[in-house]
Design a protein around this ligand. Structure first.
Ligand code: ADP
Ligand code: ZN
Length: 706
């Protein structure tokens, strides 16, 4: 059975291995039992029900709350040669008839249905007569009345169960916390369901926090250096989405802004263009995201601070769903914290609710100024505790060094006092750095003792130190007084009682110090660019998003492996039978074209055979090729044998007669299929030359289907 499942995995999805939990969930579903699967975004939930659907007779019903998600999944399945369909409010009467037809013929493996549909009595009575292999409930947290995604219809889903007594149910979600897990179990009335809980760590995401100054400059540089890649930039206000987008557009980047004031049809258009890679960057308020199932989002930037860690984790979760390395950058500022605080204070919500919001915001601020592993900070926030560090956040990658920062703290605190606690962070930094800002002179701040006392420290570093001072409680931002800095009681102890302060030297990551690229890397980058272009052309012609053709991971592996023959292409992860047949040739042709060019790296697997092949195709004889390629004839014949085995050459009888091949082949069988041609050579007492033996064995193997 396991062998059979792996075969299906390779055949349809082109993968060699299951991820750890997948196999367990699949086995449980195949044994007819219920499961609740909690896995982070990108963890591979879909396969947990898609594979049993393929392994079992009948059709799997997948309840899915969003039309866009449903249609993406169906497209991806069809592209892999799996028959699947979606039934929702967009489905036309004709399409419904076709689906019903396929269902009764048992040719449909998966049917995605909206919960409203699934609960309609005519649907139930129709489906009741069909063979249903399993019922999957995607985004199962929609049953939770506490979450943002509550769907009342989800509460009625247990009603379905009585029609499907012995059909396994599998509920899936990426929502972590214990309360939601319990609620799903109870509300969906799963029967003795096993809980499969994966770690929430997203190993392919690097998280970096940067001080929030010169954000737009940084963002434009960053995006320009990744102009072929897609990303999302989240902003707090509609205005800033427009500002950032315009700055990017000015630099020639395909960017768009997205917020609640844009008409629904325009929003839909933007989503679609993003999905198709026509728009590379979306600058959006949080309104953007639900319903986005794009797998190749390579970065998520927060131009502003999110209101809590739940939102932050959900938003960065949209990056790297295909498992490839992706970056998350958060611009951190206390000013944003103050704005968010104001939203809370001004809202009409009840005090208990506001208290929760305040607590969540302060955890978000702590996260922004944390000097230890950020991943662990988030995981522990969601109830997953561990001691080892992640190794993929800024604090793990560039550990901050802590040192005695008392003198630095005193400079800052003293400046605040001397400016009568009437300045905000930016002014403080400028005064410490001795800036010649006009208002500094007007206000006489250039006369105070600490003016310019910190000119040896960069602006970014000062911003980081000041947030550390706020975070450690020596300074306070006065929300009631225009965000001005105030020295706290313990701050006074630093100034007057010599209280020690520890600061961390945060190594600011600028993203600009990229290592020098080798020739091979440059070549592969060029190749991936061409492959991407080809993928886009195909995707546009078929009207599907580019990643439905091949995802980024597959494309990268292709550029690294440079398959020149179909048999090599079949080894690439993510290429199942269907895609191999459909796109294999055309991608190989592109790779061949590029690798046969002048400046290609050496050691490309099979390249030498390809060069021989091209000459054969140009009508050259073996001896001519041998001269042209400066290789001896025996080598050329061994190429021919290889190419014949790889089915690049269909006929070798022009090089050796069939009768001879049969004679050699039979002898080879008698000699226990020896790998050692010398044995065969001696057996024939030099009647055949080595090259003939090699060709003869190849011919025989092929005839015998080995
Ligand atoms: P989720 O629904 O949990 O967010 P998906 O089911 O969309 O995740 O899977 C995320 C990505 O991982 C997809 O690109 C998928 O093809 C890939 N994937 C899933 N399972 C495997 C596997 N066993 N081997 C390699 N890639 C996989
Ligand atoms: Zn870490």
């Amino acid at each position: 059975m396991q062998h059979q499942l792996k075969k299906l995995l390779k055949q349809y999805f082109g993968y060699d291995q299951f991820r750890p939990t997948q196999e367990d969930v699949i086995n449980r579903t195949l044994s007819g039992k219920d499961s609740l699967v909690i896995m982070p975004t990108g963890g591979g939930k879909s396969l947990c029900y898609q594979l049993p659907a393929l392994a079992k007779e009948g059709t799997a019903l997948v309840i899915s709350p969003l039309i866009a998600l449903m249609e993406d999944q169906v497209q991806a399945l069809l592209a892999n040669g799996v028959s699947a369909a979606a039934l929702n409010s967009n489905t036309t009467a004709n399409e419904i008839r076709a689906i019903e037809h396929e269902l009764s013929n048992q040719t449909l493996k998966l049917l995605y249905v909206s919960p409203e549909r699934a609960l309609q009595s005519n649907f139930i009575s129709f489906i009741n007569q069909q063979k249903i292999s399993l019922v999957a409930i995607d985004e199962a947290h929609c049953v939770s009345i506490w979450g943002n995604d509550f769907r009342p219809e989800y509460m009625h889903l247990p009603a379905l169960m009585k029609y499907f007594d012995d059909t396994p149910f599998i509920a899936l979600t990426a929502t972590a916390d214990k309360a939601t897990q319990r609620e799903i179990m109870e509300k969906l009335k799963l029967r003795d369901a096993e809980l499969f809980l994966s770690s929430f760590e997203r190993k392919n995401l690097t998280t970096t926090v940067l001080p929030a100054n010169k954000r737009i400059d940084y963002i434009t540089d960053y995006v320009k250096s990744r102009k072929d890649e897609c990303g999302i930039i989240y902003c707090l206000s509609r205005k800033s989405t427009e500002k950032v987008a315009q700055a990017l557009i000015k630099e020639g980047i395909d960017a768009a802004y997205y917020h609640a004031d844009i008409s629904a049809s325009e929003r839909q258009q933007i989503q679609k263009s993003f999905q198709q890679d026509d728009i590379k960057v979306i600058c959006a308020t949080i309104a953007f995201g639900m319903g986005i199932d794009k797998s190749n989002i390579r970065y998520v930037i927060h131009h502003n601070l999110p209101k809590n860690l739940e939102s932050y984790y959900q938003e960065i979760g949209r990056a790297g769903r295909d498992g490839l390395p992706s970056e998350c950058i958060l611009f951190f500022s206390y000013g944003d914290g103050q704005i968010l605080q104001k939203f809370i204070e001004e809202s009409q919500a009840e005090e208990v609710f506001k208290n929760v919001q305040r607590a969540k915001l302060s955890r978000m601020l702590e996260f922004g100024s944390a000097t230890s592993c950020r991943t662990n900070f988030i995981l522990s926030y969601f109830g997953e505790h561990r001691t080892e560090n992640c190794g993929h956040c800024d604090n793990c990658l560039h550990p901050p060094r802590s040192f005695d920062g008392t003198v630095i703290a005193q400079k800052a605190l003293s400046a605040v006092v001397r400016m009568k606690q009437q300045v905000g962070t930016n002014m403080l930094v400028d005064v410490l750095r001795g800036s010649n800002r006009k208002d500094i002179q007007e206000l006489g701040y250039n006369q105070i003792k600490t003016f310019g006392a910190g000119s040896d420290i960069s602006r970014d570093t000062w911003l980081s130190f000041i947030s550390q001072l706020i975070n450690q409680g020596f300074l306070e931002l006065d929300f009631t007084d225009g965000n001005k800095l105030k020295v706290t009681e313990i701050g006074k102890m630093v100034l007057f009682n010599g209280h020690k302060v520890k600061l961390s030297q945060v190594q600011l990551f600028t993203g600009k110090s990229a290592p020098k690229k080798s020739k091979k890397m440059m070549f592969e980058e060029g190749l991936i660019g061409s492959l991407r272009k080809l993928r886009k052309e195909i995707a546009d012609a078929e009207g599907v998003p580019a990643y439905v053709v091949f995802n980024d991971q597959t494309l990268q592996e292709m550029a690294a492996e440079k398959p020149l023959y179909l048999s090599q292409m079949a080894q690439i992860s993510g290429i199942g039978k269907h895609k191999l047949n459909k796109y294999g040739e055309i991608f190989i042709k592109k790779i061949q074209e590029e690798t046969l060019g002048g400046s290609t790296p050496k050691n490309i697997k099979g390249k030498t055979y390809l060069e021989t092949l091209k000459l054969i195709q140009a009508g050259k004889s073996v001896s001519e090729i041998s001269i042209l390629r400066k290789l001896n004839e025996i080598t050329i014949y061994s190429h021919i044998a290889y190419l014949f085995e790889k089915e690049e050459i269909s006929n070798i009888e022009i090089y050796i007669e069939k009768g001879k091949c049969i004679e050699i082949g039979k002898a080879w069988e008698d000699l226990n299929k020896t790998d050692n041609l010398k044995v065969l050579f001696d057996h024939f007492k030099r009647k055949y030359e080595y090259y003939q033996l090699r060709l003869g064995v190849s011919w025989w193997k092929k005839e015998m289907g080995e």
